[in-house]
Design a binder for this molecule. Structure first.
Ligand SMILES: NC(=O)c1ccc[n+]([C@@H]2O[C@H](COP(=O)([O-])OP(=O)(O)OC[C@H]3O[C@@H](n4cnc5c(N)ncnc54)[C@H](O)[C@@H]3O)[C@@H](O)[C@H]2O)c1
Length: 378
């Protein structure tokens, strides 16, 4: 009898590749998402909004999956510009899926696609992260991923989580959502980044769905060649596309070394154990950049005379230059709150300022999650 996998976020950057990786392993895929663009027409597709508990229960009862592969999310920096939606999908959606699985597919294996955001801020001098390391996320996305992992771990379901590094797709280097334009400049150039080719990430996820290693937490990054500072990755990618990296002053300056949480959450991970178990690493950074150069061969020549104008146009999106430039705050989260104009209760909960007393504090829930729930029940 064949194994059926319910794959959420199937139309997303990672989900699209997971479809192929699961199918190649003989798994029958039922794809679900808000949209079906890019999903092969011959694949069973069930539209479902994960923030709708009833719809999720109905879906899981209908499909009765052997495996649930949960890729859907609101990723950073979209989670910064749309914090309520992020909370509703990343926490609410996870809750609904766990509850539905316990009720209608209690023997299923749950694969949760998490992020290295769960670790929290990490600077250039910090040690390589291991799966047993403590976590102190300071942004909504990292907090939501860490919370969802722990809900799943204590759900009673058979499960594992995979923390993905920076996923690189040759065909989708810069997502269209406007939140990305300023954010490119908000990561300091000395930030450690751990890239992984999207095909390798999909292979790791599918391998976990087949092997079903209960209770594991995997760290999914490329081989050592992918552990580089942001400056190197930007140079490689811009260079392969025939563009120059905008001047340093357009990027967030390195934070003051005395500020513990000044950096972004990206880090270098010890992915050796995950590679041993899941066997997913095929694409080195050099191989990825070679493919990218080939893809942009013609466009690179055409773009060459336009280089200075493209660089100028990109720089206009930097929050640190131009007429409305901001001075970098002590933490990246301080800058995020200003650039994305976060609602006051989200911003105050995590900036370097002291938080105001919360009316929800004694209930042990975040004000935002409380508000989303209240508005849904009205
Ligand atoms: N892209 C990265 O660099 C990266 C890095 C680390 C971890 N991850 C994780 O990998 C997973 C996949 O990320 P991605 O890059 O493919 O993201 P993506 O934004 O490309 O795809 C997410 C998908 O989720 C779907 N979705 C959003 N809200 C939904 C809702 N209410 N109901 C149903 N579906 C909904 C979207 O339509 C989209 O197709 C996520 O869990 C993400 O946190 C991604």
């Amino acid at each position: 009898m064949s194994t059926t996998a319910l794959l959420t976020g199937a139309a997303g950057k990672v989900g699209k590749y997971v479809i192929g990786a699961l199918s190649r392993r003989g798994i029958e895929v039922v794809a679900t998402d808000l949209v079906s663009e890019g999903i092969p027409a011959d694949l069973r597709f069930e539209r479902c909004d994960l923030t709708d508990a009833t719809a999720v229960t109905r879906l899981v009862a209908l499909v009765k999956p052997d495996v649930i592969v949960h890729c859907a999310a609101i990723v950073a920096p979209v989670s910064y510009s749309e914090p309520e939606l992020s909370e509703a999908v990343n926490l609410g959606g996870m809750r609904h899926l766990i509850d539905a699985a316990k009720r209608h597919a209690p023997d299923s294996f749950f694969v949760f696609v998490s992020s290295y955001a769960a670790f929290g801020p990490c600077g250039p001098g910090d040690p390589v992260r291991r799966s047993t390391d403590p976590c102190w996320p300071d942004d909504n996305y990292g907090l939501q991923k860490l919370t969802a992992e722990s809900w799943l771990r204590y759900s009673g379901l058979r499960q594992c989580s995979l923390r993905l590094g920076a996923v690189m797709d040759l065909h989708d280097l810069m997502p269209e959502h406007p939140a990305y334009r300023p954010f490119v400049f908000m990561v300091s150039l000395d930030q450690p980044e751990h890239g992984v080719d999207v095909r390798d990430a999909a292979r790791a996820i599918a391998s976990a769905a087949v092997q079903q290693p209960d209770g594991h937490l995997f760290l999914i990054g490329g081989d050592d060649s992918w552990k580089v500072p942001a400056r190197q990755l930007r140079r490689d990618v811009f260079g392969a596309m025939g563009l120059s990296v905008p001047p340093e002053k357009a990027f967030r300056a390195n934070p003051d070394p005395s500020v513990k949480d000044g950096w972004f959450y990206e880090c270098w991970m010890d992915e050796k154990y995950s590679e041993q178990v899941l066997g997913f690493q095929r694409v080195s950074r050099d191989a990825f950049m070679d493919e990218l150069r080939k893809r942009y061969r013609v466009r690179r020549v055409a773009l060459s005379p336009l280089r200075p104008f493209v660089s100028q146009a990109m720089m206009s999106a930097s929050p640190y230059t131009g007429r409305n430039a901001i001075a970098p705050g002590a933490t990246l989260w301080d800058d995020v709150c200003r650039v994305y104009e976060l609602p006051i209760e989200v911003a105050h909960a995590r900036t370097s300022d002291s938080p105001p007393p919360s009316p929800f504090a004694e209930k042990g829930v975040s004000p935002l999650f409380e508000r989303v729930n209240r508005s849904r029940s009205n």
